[in-house]
Each structure stands twice: as structure tokens, then as C-alpha cells.
Design a protein around this ligand. Structure first.
Ligand code: G6P
Length: 426
């Protein structure tokens, strides 16, 4: 940290999520911010120009004397940074449209973080993430990377193993789960302590401490009896029975593995109705969001931002930043290197787990053995992720085919080969 204050570089500065992050940084008055530098590529210049103007209006409204800059020059953005918030999307939303559409054309789930869509995203993103990690080492060797770029857990592992150890992977889902459960119990925010373990977009809540008691079992019962998954969709009788047997609360993305036929049917229905993939929907939301951002009278993040999926991203990022920068230890669910916290997984694997975050970074809390059924899935997906990282680093098509076949949302050599043939040149 410089003597004058904290310098934050935001990679993917032209993202529609940036006002969310800026809002979080500005509202945490304890954080002595000196500057926020947005960085994007030339294709993102217009969006970044719009976002930087809005961010400056937000800083004025908040009465914060923070320099807010924008650049297309990586060296300039990273030099002297204390924190690098990585929230870029390699290939932009156009690439996400393909990631989601190609698997669907082969009868497989098309999603930006899991299954074949997440895999195609990872192949493109891992080399860029490693390059960024090496530039951080060269240009700002005291900095921490806070990675939100998807697939967040896999990308975090690639950076930790191949480039930059001062990296912490973030996801908004654990905090969303905590708030949802608190709301359901009418408990004040911050009064619950959730113990979570697994991988990114593949984690479970295995204990909920409230006023000194573990209330997980009655909370699971309440969701099962209410007939709705914690994030809202209706449960069938079989879903209810399954949740009761699991005895834990699952990350909503686990439905892709446990209810793949239903999830695929939903995606196919969207296509039949002419709504296109989620990425195409996001393109429409973004067009409206940027029209709002360009309004010179707008000086706060607009409510329309909640139509995007990243709710609470800024709170997670700013809480981690504050704990590290001010060395204020706190327990949070983040993506870190396993070391020996989860005995069933390799020591070099990234895991999403309750951790202690402080001035030395984030360290996973030791975990009891995983429930048997969950452990099987977690180990398979971690093996897939490690093969996918290897495929992205070596550009070995055979390794890519092996990884994609191992992913249970593909699970077939011919389907994996067909998806790769469509996607490999890009
Ligand atoms: C959730 C996930 C994020 C993801 C976002 C997508 O919040 O945890 O990893 O980036 O949804 O939202 P979008 O609006 O882009 O579909």
C-alpha cells in the first residue's frame, strides 16, 4: 500500500458491473482509497469511457476525493496497484453467446461456467489469466489479484499454480445464500455464520451457526417443506426427498449436475420461445444499462443493474479488500488453494471454502470429511478442471477431449469431439 492510500486496478473496466464495484469501494469509508484505474482493451473503449464518467459522478456524489482514471495501457494501469480486480471476459459477450449455443446444438447444457460452455470459456480465459498474473508480478509485485473472472474457481487455480500466488478467487453465490437464509429466518444480516465447502459453483452449506447453535437441520427441513430451492424454483417430491437425504444446502449451480434433463429442457425452451441464450438476454440488458449509464444526471448505480446475475459481487470484493488491506481478520467463503483443508482433494486444487482472510491473504479452514455422494462429484469435477487447465496451457487437443469427456454434463467422447470441432478454431 502506498503512503497516500490504496490503488485499485480494475481489469475489464468497461464491464457493466463496474459501477457496482465502484459503489462498494466508495461506500466503505474505512478504506483509504487513492485511485481506481479502469483498464480495458481497444474494443471496450466506448463502454469504459461511459463507465469512467459515471464512476466520477458517483465519487462526486459520495464526496470522496478519489482519482478515477481509465486507460487501455496495461502497464500504466498495473504499475503501483495494490489490488487488481479481475472481471474481464475474454472475447466479450459474443464469445459467451457461442459458449452457450455450441453445446446446446449438440444436445448439451450451454452455460458460461459449468459443462461444455464453462470449458470453452476456460480454454480462452486461462492463458489470459496467466499472462495477467505474470504482469502483476512484474509491475506491481505487492499486489493481490481478486479474481471474479469466470469460471472463477478454475481460473483462480490456473493463476495460483502458474503465475501469481497472491490471488483470491471470488464468487457472489455464498453471500447471496447467506442473505437468503437470513431473510428466510428474519435474522439480521451478518448474524449467521455459514460453513461452506466444495468448489466454485459446486459448494454446499454444511453448518449454520446462529446464536451459538447449529440450525442447519431445521433450515434444510424448512426449505424442503416449503417446496422451493433456496434460490426460488419449485421442487418436485423427489427433489425434496433428495435435499433431506443430503442434509445440506446446495449452491444453485448444483442443479446442473443433479437435474441436468430439467436444466437442459429449460434452456431449449428459451431457444424455442425466441429468447435465445442467457448471453443474448444479457446483451439486451446491457444495451439498456449503458443507455442509463450515459445519462449525465445519473450519479449512482441504477436499479436496472439488478437484472444482471452478479448481485453482491461488490460487497464480497470490498470485504476481502478491506480484510487484506487493513489486516482486519474475518471469516469469508472464497476460493483458495486447498493445501490440506479437504483431505479428498489434491493440495494444489483451488476450493471454495470458509476461510480466514487477513493481511496475509486467505487460508482455508480445516474441513471434516465430505459427505460421500458429494465427494464423488467434487473429485470428478476437480479432475476435469485440472485437465482443462492443462489443455488450456499446453493447447493439446487430446487433453481437451479427455477433460470435456470427463465432465458429467458432456460425458461422451463423440459429443465432446463434436463440440470441440465447432469451437476449437476460436
Ligand atoms: C452469478 C454467478 C456469476 C455470474 C453471474 C452471471 O452471479 O455467480 O459467476 O457471472 O451470475 O450473471 P449474468 O447476468 O451475466 O447472467
Amino acid at each position: 500500500m502506498s503512503d497516500t492510500g490504496i490503488r485499485v486496478a480494475v481489469v475489464g473496466g468497461g464491464s457493466s458491473y463496474t459501477p457496482e464495484l465502484v459503489d462498494g469501494l466508495l461506500s466503505h469509508v474505512d478504506i483509504p482509497l487513492e485511485r481506481i484505474t479502469l483498464l480495458d482493451i481497444p474494443e471496450g473503449r466506448d463502454k469504459q469511457d461511459t463507465v469512467v464518467q459515471l464512476a466520477r459522478r458517483m465519487a462526486r456524489r459520495a464526496g470522496r476525493a478519489v482519482a478515477i482514471e481509465a486507460t487501455l495501457d496495461r502497464e500504466q494501469a498495473l504499475s503501483g496497484a495494490d489490488f487488481v480486480c479481475a472481471q474481464y471476459r475474454v472475447g466479450g459477450l459474443a464469445a459467451r453467446v457461442r459458449d452457450e449455443a455450441i453445446p446446446l446444438a449438440h444436445g448439451r447444457i450451454g452455460q458460461e461456467t459449468v459443462g461444455a460452455g464453462g470449458f470453452l470459456n476456460a480454454l480462452r480465459t486461462v492463458p489470459v489469466a496467466i499472462g495477467l498474473g505474470r504482469d502483476v508480478e512484474r509491475l506491481c509485485p505487492d499486489a493481490w489479484i481478486l479474481n471474479f473472472t469466470n469460471p472463477s474457481g478454475l481460473v483462480t487455480e490456473a493463476v495460483l499454480r502458474h503465475a501469481w500466488p497472491r490471488t483470491i478467487g471470488l464468487c457472489n453465490v455464498p453471500m447471496v445464500m447467506e442473505r437468503t437464509i437470513a431473510e428466510r429466518l428474519s435474522a439480521p444480516p451478518g448474524s449467521l455464520r455459514l460453513s461452506m465447502v466444495g468448489l466454485n459453483h459446486l459448494s454446499i452449506v454444511r453448518a449454520i451457526e446462529f446464536q451459538g447453535q447449529d440450525i442447519l437441520a431445521p433450515v434444510v427441513e424448512a426449505f424442503a417443506a416449503g417446496g422451493r430451492w433456496p434460490d426460488g424454483p419449485a421442487m418436485s417430491r423427489a427433489d425434496q426427498e433428495f435435499l433431506q437425504a443430503l442434509g445440506a444446502l446446495p449452491n444453485s449451480y448444483l442443479r446442473y449436475y443433479w437435474l441436468p434433463d430439467r436444466m437442459l429442457a429449460e434452456e431449449q425452451r428459451r431457444m424455442e420461445q425466441g429468447r435465445g441464450t442467457r448471453a443474448e438476454e444479457v446483451l439486451r440488458i446491457e444495451a439498456e444499462l449503458f443507455a442509463r449509464y450515459r445519462d449525465p444526471d445519473l450519479s449512482e448505480k441504477p436499479p436496472e443493474l439488478s437484472l444482471r446475475g452478479g448481485a453482491l459481487y461488490s460487497e464480497v470484493a470490498v470485504d476481502v479488500l478491506e480484510a487484506v488491506a487493513l489486516d482486519r481478520p474475518r471469516e469469508m467463503v472464497v476460493n483458495v488453494q486447498n493445501q490440506n483443508a479437504v483431505a479428498e482433494l489434491p493440495a494444489n486444487a483451488s476450493i471454495e471454502v470458509s476461510s480466514i482472510v487477513d493481511g496475509r491473504g486467505a487460508r482455508a479452514l480445516a474441513q471434516d470429511p465430505l459427505p460421500l455422494g458429494f465427494s464423488g462429484l467434487v473429485r470428478q469435477i476437480k479432475a476435469y478442471e485440472q485437465l482443462a487447465i492443462e489443455a488450456a496451457v499446453t493447447r493439446d487437443r487430446g487433453r481437451a477431449l479427455e477433460a470435456l469427456t470427463l465432465n458429467p454434463l458432456v460425458g461422451d467422447i463423440e459429443a465432446a469431439a463434436a463440440i470441440l470441432s465447432d469451437a476449437w478454431p476460436a
